[in-house]
Design a protein around this ligand. Structure first.
Ligand code: ADP
Ligand code: MG
Length: 342
């Protein structure tokens, strides 16, 4: 019988929020916090100051609304229904997501491919029935993976697939989109200082209440209790992708959930974790997945071509840290590690 082992994340710990000890007592008193389980992950939203509770209530509602809309597993969700039927009309949220997904596909030369769903399904990542597919099955599914074959009208939201059996999976940007939406909602509620943590995908709203930067820890890919470094920032999403977040093991081999669309296999291009810092959550999320797929050399080149858009921290197979120049001030390596800046 197939050996099916664990998976699933230790989300709450993925990215630790550092610096809590620095908080002033007054600041803590004015903190409102809510833990939510949705999108298969543990989430915490913290707001500070006036209207903090109201912002949390609205945030929770929005998380559940988006979870329902985006869950690919359920045919009753918008995306599920379109996947099943092969065509349909996307609502406003879906349009924003697909538009960004197609942009990322072009920009990353297909490393980010929203039509990866048939391959995710073969591996069992969509229903937790994990198995290593036969190569012939993978080749068949891969023939359906090509976001260029998605026919999409961003104005009307009409979407259809050029090939039968194609399907979409917003998993690579859903949490980033959600944290982006929460940022808007929280600001609309009049809150100027908040921290959104969706299973390790962090987005900071404003600064800490005392005006100083937030300090976000990046989890070590091989040890959830270890932190490789911290990023000091404000008004930014800090989003990490790693093979350690969701995986299964079969015959002693580990298979994770970030798929290289050029092979159909879990991306194995020399990186164990990629953190993106960007003012847009959805972009940060998509790029963390894409750069993980690209591997170290290509990821560095990609950053050089888009250095105004984002900053990044890469961890390679040997645990070495490579950090983009723009984080020279903001990043601190921890645990005796050193960072190489590029
Ligand atoms: P997490 O969701 O654990 O934070 P990611 O942001 O890297 O991690 O997203 C991984 C998810 O993205 C997968 O579960 C799958 O739904 C989707 N995915 C996997 N590979 C790709 C890819 N090459 N392009 C786009 N989406 C992908
Ligand atoms: Mg991602």
């Amino acid at each position: 019988m197939m050996k099916k082992l664990l998976a699933v994340l230790t989300a709450v710990l993925l990215l630790l929020t550092l610096g809590a000890c620095r908080s002033e007592p007054d600041e803590e008193q004015d903190m409102h916090t809510k833990d939510i389980f949705a999108m298969d992950t543990y989430m915490t939203v913290k707001t500070y100051g006036k209207n903090g509770e109201e912002a949390l209530t609205r945030s929770e509602k929005e998380i559940h609304r988006l979870d329902k809309l985006l869950s690919t597993g359920s045919a009753s969700s918008e995306v599920g229904a379109i996947n099943e039927k092969g065509s349909g009309t996307l609502s406003k949220d879906g349009r924003v997501l697909l538009k960004k997904a197609l942009e990322l596909y072009d920009m990353t030369d297909g490393a980010f491919d929203v039509s990866i769903y048939p391959v995710m399904k073969l591996w069992g990542f969509t229903d937790q029935e994990y198995k290593v597919p036969k190569d012939s099955q993978l080749q068949e599914a891969l023939a359906l993976v090509n976001a260029g074959d998605i026919v999409f009208d961003a104005k009307t939201g009409d979407v259809s697939f050029a090939k039968d059996g194609m399907a979409m999976d917003f998993g690579g940007i859903a949490k980033g989109y959600t944290s982006q939406r929460l940022t808007e909602i929280i600001k609309d509620a009049g809150v100027e200082s908040a921290l959104i943590n969706l299973g390790g995908n962090v987005q900071t709203v404003g600064t800490r209440p005392d005006g100083s930067d937030w300090r976000i820890g990046i989890q070590a890919p091989d040890n959830e209790e270890d932190v490789i470094g911290g990023i000091e920032t404000h008004d930014m999403a800090v989003i990490t992708s790693g093979g350690y977040e969701r995986f299964f093991e079969e015959d002693g081999v580990r298979y994770h959930h970030i798929i290289d669309p050029s092979t159909g296999y879990p991306a194995d291009n020399g990186l164990t974790s990629v953190t993106i810092v960007c003012d847009d959550g959805m972009t940060a999320d998509g790029l963390s997945t894409a750069l993980f797929v690209m591997g170290k050399e290509k990821a560095m080149e990609f950053w050089k071509a888009h250095k105004d858009l984002f900053q990044c921290v890469l961890v390679d197979d040997d645990g070495a840290l490579y950090v983009s120049e723009g984080l020279k001030e903001g990043f601190t390596a921890m645990g005796g590690r050193t960072a190489t800046y590029f």
